[in-house]
Ligand binder design. Structure first.
Ligand SMILES: [Zn+2]
Ligand SMILES: [Zn+2]
Length: 293
């Protein structure tokens, strides 16, 4: 393995959100923190509790510690939680859906389900422009990427692009900020960040509430690879803040494969997961790996 020294460090400290917290909290002396809190009192932007530490991220210890990695059985391929599932294939730990039809990407992984404090933290970054949240989210993304066990190699890391109008309105692409923060954790990987290789040439409406055919129609032609030569023959790691229906990620993976990418991996900080105890849905959340050639 693989992420060499950094990978080991991540694993040793991975089980709780505590290591994420340590980096969010400045190492400044407690006295200074007390003074700062007295001079600049502020509250946690997620729960409203008074903040005790000096940090660029206005989120309290309790809220950060509440964000813990996904637990329980998930499929190794699509990363979905499959409650009550007993028949994961031994070698790949693929669920029956993935055993039957592999998606167009190689594997998808996420740090935590899209809920609670993590959802609020992502909203703080995206909709309230609290940019320091990207640092903590990037560390979570690095742990999701770590699940793939990459060998060091020339991996192309590609944040899912925003349409330029949305990027202009927001001031940044959150996927790019999170990817940059994650790559700092994964230095030995030798990965290359590619922010201008693919573009979102058409804005799309939210996929929430749309049927699968409607989502497919909505996303068609939304992305294009601008520099084919950068993608051809490469393995691409596609990253985003949240994976909901999987339609966007699948479409990106599709056009990247068409552009000659040998493999596409998908890592997100959060993803929507079925509740524990829910019935196993037969229809995969991702679009099937079929396209007109
Ligand atoms: Zn809080
Ligand atoms: Zn699966």
């Amino acid at each position: 393995m693989v992420f060499s020294s950094t990978g080991d460090i991540i694993r040793k400290t991975a089980p709780t959100g505590r290591n994420l917290l340590n980096s969010a909290v400045s190492g400044a002396a407690l006295v200074a923190q007390g003074l700062f809190a007295a001079l600049f009192p502020s509250d946690c932007r997620l729960c409203g509790a008074p903040l005790e530490n000096i940090s660029r991220l206005p989120v309290c210890t309790g809220c950060l510690l509440a964000i813990a990695p996904i637990t329980g059985e998930t499929c190794d391929i699509r990363g979905e939680r499959l409650p009550g599932l007993r028949q994961l294939a031994a070698e790949t730990r693929a669920c029956p859906v993935c055993q039957e039809s592999r998606p167009i990407f190689t594997k998808a992984a996420a740090y935590e389900s899209y809920q609670g404090e993590l959802r609020d933290l992502i909203h703080l970054l995206k909709y309230e422009q609290v940019v320091p949240a990207a640092g903590v989210l990037g560390k979570m993304l690095a742990e999701a990427i770590d699940k793939f066990g990459f060998s060091a190699g020339p991996l192309l890391v590609m944040p899912v692009p925003l349409h330029r109008s949305k990027r202009r309105a927001r001031g940044f692409n959150q996927a790019e900020l999170i990817a940059r923060a994650a790559l700092k954790q994964l230095k030995p990987l030798g990965a290359e960040l590619a922010t201008n290789v693919m573009e979102r040439c058409r804005d799309t409406i939210s996929h929430i509430g749309l049927t699968r055919p409607q989502r497919a129609e909505n996303i068609r032609g939304a992305f294009r690879v601008v520099h084919l030569n950068r993608v051809s023959g490469r393995e691409v790691l596609l990253v985003d803040d949240v994976l909901t229906t999987g339609t966007t990620a699948s479409e990106c993976a599709r056009i990247l494969r068409k552009a000659g990418a040998t493999k596409v991996w998908i890592a997100t900080v959060a993803r929507t997961l079925k509740q524990s105890g829910a019935d196993l849905k037969v229809e995969p959340e991702f679009e099937p790996a079929v396209w007109a050639s």
